[in-house]
Design a protein around this ligand. Structure first.
Ligand code: AMP
Length: 547
């Protein structure tokens, strides 16, 4: 068996590898590294989890060991499809290059150009970037790619899915013809084949078995749900997901839950949270700082459930994920392989559940044809009965089932109405979640309004959905002698004209305003027009205004 010391790596690299505790190279490393060290182009067909990152970082560090970086002219370039993957590659560089003096810069969206420019200006040995951000820097005249000696394209198939291929072609053309290229892709779609034929020079093709199809360490399960009504599908799937998680109990130490759409990611995360599950969303519309925080939490075990879109979770290196849940059957069969490959890594065992409904038939067929095997079906967990149209699904501790619930019973019509509002609220909450990253305050109101329709005594998915509501409510002065429902009704927006009719509830607000305005107004009774209570502020000319 090949050992790291058999590979002609720089002793400083070998030392760093030894410090990580890795003893033997993985197959892709054993096969790719010797060719890369010889200066050959490499076409690596491998997916994450195989050790492919080290298969290009180790030889790169060795090859770049000699020589110095020049201002604005990076000596090597690694292109990754997502910010997370790029950041992960950068972490690998930090680990393996720690005994060298090589410098690196990471160019990803969500980080200010200024900081990144400074690093590039000083000169870097390794530039790690997402394609769009790299071209942005190039177009601003801050970067020259004519000094690139080694170029890596990581996860080319994902670049194709994300529409980055024209960018990649352009970047190839901006680098010297004599560069060495290390190109990685999990699959060889015709478009990828074309790119490699165009830009790689007699590459060595290195292929390792697809981890997920080997699959012995991943237990796959398909749970088929037949929603009682088509529009109840998502809600009943959320109920089913919770029930499965409960039945998995301690075996499910942590999990990634995949949804097909970003809005669904938000909804599922908020719903789980409402039911006491420790969950957070990750998708491309969230701010980078939020994404990083969520991922860090998931990595260090403080967050148990990561609800993710394919793009956000692609290539994430989180070795100990016990479960993957496909809340939605992926519409690209390849994504199924990537998703379930998040578990069962580094020799561990993993479990992958897929929730399907009859409308997923076509996608399931594609997955099974790719895997060349049927997905093992398991029945819905014991005790699971999907709630019917009428009533909201209840949080744990209450019966999740309302099958056959009394439609004519007391409060039934309201419950039905609430439930519909509930679905709306969840959807609004999903959208709100996305927008709130940009406009925290102004988007809160619609959620609060939908929430009002839900009786306080019925904490459903819905009520949980508007994440911000409880905080806002808590911040408002607690009205005296009110039912909990009314507390919930406390709107977050500034009082509007019609709100003044709700005299009793508005009282404390007025007091607040008085406090703010210090001097009480005498002689106007209780009917003080709003504008009289506001402070004056002189208009400021735009050119003198503070930024
Ligand atoms: P990658 O395919 O690059 O995402 O790597 C998957 C995981 O394998 C990462 O957690 C690496 O740190 C780990 N890894 C990389 N090389 C080795 C090795 N030679 N032995 C054991 N683990 C490794």
């Amino acid at each position: 068996m090949t050992k790291f010391s058999d590979l002609a790596l720089d002793p400083r690299v070998l030392q760093a590898v030894a410090e990580t505790g890795y003893e033997t190279p993985t197959p892709i490393q054993a096969q790719a590294i010797p060719h890369a060290l010889e200066g050959r182009d490499v076409l690596g067909i491998a997916q994450t989890g195989t050790g492919k990152t080290a298969s290009f970082t180790l030889p790169m560090i060795t090859l770049l060991g000699q020589g110095r970086a020049r201002a604005r002219m990076p000596r090597s370039l690694v292109l990754a499809p997502t910010r997370e993957l790029a950041a992960q590659v950068a972490e690998n560089f930090d680990t393996y290059a720690k005994h060298t003096r090589l410098t690196k810069a990471l160019l990803i969206g969500g980080v200010s150009f200024g900081e990144q420019d400074k690093l590039i200006d000083r000169g870097v040995d390794v530039l790690i970037a997402t394609p769009g951000r790299l071209l942005d820097h190039f177009e601003r005249g801050k970067l020259l790619l004519t000094g690139v000696q080694i170029m890596v394209v990581d996860e080319a198939d994902r670049m194709l899915d994300m529409g980055f291929i024209p960018d990649i072609e352009r970047i190839f053309q901006l680098t010297p013809f004599t560069r060495q290229t290390l190109f990685f892709s999990a699959t060889m779609a015709p478009e990828i084949e074309r790119i490699t034929n165009t830009f790689l020079h007699s590459p060595v093709r290195v292929e390792v078995a697809r981890q997920a199809t080997a699959g012995e360490n991943i237990t796959q399960r398909l749970v088929e749900l037949h929603p009682t009504r088509r529009d109840m599908g998502p809600k009943q799937k959320r109920e089913l997901l919770r029930r499965i998680i409960e039945t998995e109990a301690e075996a499910c130490t942590n999990a990634i839950i995949f949804c097909n759409r970003k809005t669904e990611v938000d909804i599922v995360a908020k719903s789980l949270k409402a039911y006491g599950f420790d969950a957070a969303p990750i998708h491309g519309d969230l701010e980078q700082s939020q994404r990083t925080k969520t991922l860090d939490g998931f990595r260090d075990g403080t967050l148990r459930f990561l609800v993710a879109s394919d793009v956000a979770a692609r290539g994430l290196d989180i070795p100990a994920v016990s479960h993957v849940f496909n809340f939605d059957v992926p519409s690209h069969a390849e994504d199924y392989v990537h998703r379930i490959g998040r578990t069962g890594r580094a020799g561990r065992k993993g479990t992958a559940y897929t929730l399907s409904t009859p409308s997923d038939e076509k996608y399931l067929a594609a997955i099974e044809s790719l895997l060349k095997m049927p997905l093992p079906r398991v029945p819905v967990p014991e005790g699971f009965i999907a709630s019917e149209t009428g009533e909201p699904d209840a949080p744990s501790g209450r019966s999740g089932s309302s099958r056959g619930g009394s439609r004519g019973g007391r409060g039934a019509p309201a419950a039905r109405e609430d439930d519909r509002s509930g679905e709306r609220a969840e959807r609004n909450a999903g959208r709100d979640g996305e927008r709130r990253t940009r406009k925290p305050r102004s988007e809160a109101a619609p959620v609060a309004e939908v929430t009002q329709a839900v009786p306080a005594a019925m904490p459903t998915d819905v009520q949980a959905a508007p994440e911000a509501a409880p905080r806002e409510v808590a911040a408002a002065p607690a009205p005296r002698n009110e039912e909990p429902r009314e507390t919930r009704q406390e709107p977050r927006r500034e009082p509007r004209r019609d709100d003044r009719r709700e005299d009793t509830r508005r009282e404390p607000r007025r007091d607040d305003r008085r406090e703010r305005n210090d001097a009480p107004v005498v002689g106007m009774g209780d009917h003080v027009p709003d504008f009289l209570l506001r402070g004056f502020k002189m208009p400021v000319a735009p050119d003198t205004a503070e930024g």
